[in-house]
Design a binder for this molecule. Structure first.
Ligand code: BGC
Length: 743
């Protein structure tokens, strides 16, 4: 029952000439500034060209061995540097730019790159948290603000968004992405690229975005950072590549190759993946930078015998720039002399780098981003803080609420317990650029702001880590005397992020015991969680009456949490990653396959004998202070022809007492395919706002191409047959209808 995807042949025929042109010059035929780029290129010596391929680090946040320490200024003078990372502030970028402009023969300006991941000075929630808002406008806005602040401080280029799909909560960098799902991940990738880059890179407040880490990095075995990745081509194409493809569609200016090996080959040196997919399949002519020393690390992986061979592989994979690797500059000329790389290849890489400098307007004015006045004016402004507060509360996920929340603002006595209640530094998470804990609002401060007349009693009770319970007594006494109890527990900032994998993802230290003790008091208790990854909180979920997942909420943390706890904002976040019931389930995600023996009570079925298959909280899950009812799911047809669009409509009613927002989710299942299909796949979502009692009809359009996949013969196509459509407020609780796709 296979269909030949004829249309693919036509598309390939049409794009072939374009592909050839990209390969020849490094840029697309119609790229702007082509002439200007070529005129600069024609003036350059080979050494100057090779110098453009190097990126060195200043002394900011360093995540690997720094090869040159303070000697980078000398390297710039010698024309051996095209770009710097970790040079901070308008005045310092100006100083370093001056060296390139005034002390090198051609005066080619440097590109300044930095990890502006979730804000520059005003810090937004960690990206995993932010994705839980499912609010693409808010996500775009947060990236926009980050770009406004960063560009005023001289930055041209952010190494974000990280679009790695991640399904293993042990992996610390799960906090940097948008969770487990490729459809949502693609939408978020586009929103963040739009936010950083705006409509015009020539504007002074827009910056180059970077889709990273290409590719497979999020699938590090056993969740241990930098670990080996081994995955099928299908998994790669269906799950891990789509957000990168989406970034290309959003015109992302740059890509970063990842540290990991993929099926035996470190990706930075994998011609098959980098050149093959990015350049040849996707026609991508943006700048590709390696990750920190990942060109060199091919030697440590054991796939290149020395730095020269490492440079050879990476250049032939079309990696244009060597980040802190010191492999390109010393060895590129030798490789050229030996015929391992051609001058054409070097020219193509240099063109792609110069092209970005032209797009940013650096040849007109190399200092246009180093603006001390603007830096002061636009950084950490009240408007930016307000936006951070808004995104933070939209990102929070209400995991449980047995009629405890929202608390009344009339409460007199509040007990705030836990090691993260008064922890400003922890609120902003890792990768917080120039954000500072001193500017953050702790939960305690947020509560004091919200309840100026209440008696707020804070007891730390214990540390995040360690075994000391000596503070429990004081905490329990304070809780006993209070009208309401708020427990602030979770992970420190430095427990998620790069090289911060955990093998146990429970609440660290004695915090779980603390919460269980507090729960015994039978008081109105809300547990506020701070963390950059899903945690196993099964016991807490059994005993605590209310749980709010606040992630690592950023500069406005405490104010945003108070907004939610006291009902000024009705929570609307939904998980973008599954919360396991037990660590042994990992990886556990909603779009799994059915297996030949799906779980039943029978003996020989796919299950654990000591626990459920189901996670604690599924993908898409999150409560509100109001309730929503789904009904009347209708499909425009029961028989869909190839090329047609299916309209799916559903009634959504706010049946509770509060106005609120609901993320309506659309999932599809293809019942029989030439290859097996997931039990559910997200194909649409909409965040809908409804007044108490209000009802709306929500419609989605599903095109037949949305149902396509790589069939048994690796053709991208749809297959006729039966489909189920599911609509609901999470991936588990849905209502459903059926249709068939006909030939
Ligand atoms: C990380 C990248 C980051 C780079 C520069 C590396 O260690 O993997 O995500 O952009 O450092 O700081």
């Amino acid at each position: 029952m296979k269909k030949t995807p004829l249309f693919l042949f036509y598309i390939m025929l049409l794009t072939l000439p374009l592909m050839a042109q990209i390969n020849e010059t490094g840029l697309r035929e119609n790229a702007p500034f082509k002439k200007e780029v070529d005129s600069v290129l024609s003036l350059m010596t080979l050494e100057e060209k090779i110098g453009q391929l190097a990126q060195l680090s200043g002394n900011g946040e360093v995540t690997g061995p720094v090869t040159l320490n303070n000697q980078y200024q000398e390297a710039i003078r010698k024309g051996e540097v095209g770009s710097m990372l970790n040079i901070n502030s308008a005045s310092y970028t100006r100083k370093i730019q001056k060296i390139a402009v005034e002390e090198t023969r051609l005066g080619i300006p440097l590109l300044f790159g930095y990890d502006v991941i979730h804000g520059y000075k005003t810090i937004f929630p960690v990206p995993l948290g932010e994705s839980s808002s499912w609010d693409l406008e808010a996500i775009e806005k947060s990236a926009r603000i980050a770009a406004v602040e960063a560009t005023a401080a001289g930055q041209h280029w952010t190494f974000a968004p990280m679009v790695d799909i991640a399904r293993d909560p042990r992996w610390g960098r799960i906090m940097e992405g948008a969770g487990e799902d490729p459809f949502l991940g693609s939408a978020v990738a586009k929103a963040r690229v739009r936010g950083f880059q705006g409509n015009d890179l020539g504007q002074k407040n827009t910056m180059l975005a970077c889709a990273k880490h290409f590719v497979g990095y999020g699938a590090a075995r056993a969740g241990r950072d930098y670990n080996t990745v081994d995955m099928s081509k299908r998994m790669l194409y269906e799950v891990y590549l789509p957000p990168f493809k989406a970034a290309v569609e959003a015109d992302v200016a740059t890509f970063m190759t990842s540290f990991n090996e993929l099926n035996g080959v470190p990706v930075t040196g994998s011609k098959k993946h980098v050149k093959g997919i990015l350049r040849d399949e996707w026609n991508y002519d943006g700048l590709i930078v390696s990750d920190w020393a990942s060109v060199m690390e091919q030697v440590i992986h054991g796939s290149a015998k020395d730095l020269k061979e490492a440079a050879d592989y990476a250049m032939n994979a079309t990696v244009d720039m060597d980040m802190e690797g010191k492999a390109y500059v010393p060895f590129m000329k030798e490789l050229l002399d030996e015929g391992k790389v051609s001058e054409k290849q070097i020219d193509a890489a240099v063109r792609r780098i110069l092209h970005k400098k032209f797009e940013l307007g650096l040849f007109d004015d190399p200092y246009r981003y180093c603006d001390e006045e603007r830096e002061k004016e636009v950084t950490l402004t009240p408007e930016h803080r307000e936006a951070a507060r808004d995104v933070a509360r939209k990102s929070m996920v209400l995991l449980k609420n047995d009629n405890v929340l929202p608390f009344s603002k009339k409460v007199k006595k509040v007990a705030v317990i836990g090691p993260l209640a008064d922890a400003k530094n922890e609120m902003i998470g890792t990768w917080s650029a120039q954000g500072e804990g001193k500017d953050a609002v702790s939960l305690l401060e947020g509560l004091q702001n919200a309840l100026p007349d209440a008696d707020i009693n804070f007891v730390k009770a214990c540390e995040v880590e360690g075994h000391d319970k000596s503070g429990f007594d004081k905490a329990l006494k304070a809780a006993e005397k209070a009208d309401i109890v708020i427990a602030a527990v979770g992970e420190k900032a430095m427990m998620s992020g790069e090289a911060l994998s955990r093998m146990d993802i429970k609440l660290p230290g004695v915090q779980e015991d603390l919460v269980l003790e507090l729960a015994k008091l039978d008081k109105p208790l809300a547990v506020v969680l701070f963390n950059g990854r899903p945690l196993v909180i099964t016991e807490v979920a059994k005993k605590a009456p209310a749980i709010l997942e606040s992630w690592l909420p950023g500069t406005e943390a405490g104010n945003a949490i108070a907004d939610v706890l006291f009902g000024d904002y009705n929570p609307s976040g939904k998980l973008t990653v599954t919360f396991p019931y037990a660590l042994g389930q990992v990886p556990v995600f909603y779009s799994h396959k059915h297996t030949g023996r799906p779980r039943t009570e029978a003996r020989y079925t796919s299950k654990y004998i000591d626990g459920p298959n189901e996670p604690l909280y599924p993908f898409g899950y999150g409560l509100s202070y109001t309730t929503f009812e789904y009904s009347n799911l209708k499909l425009s047809t029961k028989k869909l022809n190839e090329g047609e669009t299916l309209t799916v409509s559903v009634n959504l009613k706010n049946t509770g007492k509060y106005d609120g927002e609901e993320v309506v989710q659309l999932y599809v299942r293809d019942l029989v395919g030439s290859v097996t299909r997931p039990v559910k796949e997200l194909k649409g979502f909409e965040k809908v706002s409804l007044k108490a009692g209000e009802e709306k009809t929500i419609t989605f359009e599903l095109k037949t191409e949305d149902l396509a996949f790589y069939n048994r013969d690796w053709e991208w196509t749809t297959e006729p047959g039966e489909f189920h459509v599911f609509v609901g407020g999470n991936s588990k609780e849905t209502i459903e209808a059926e249709f068939s796709l006909v030939d």
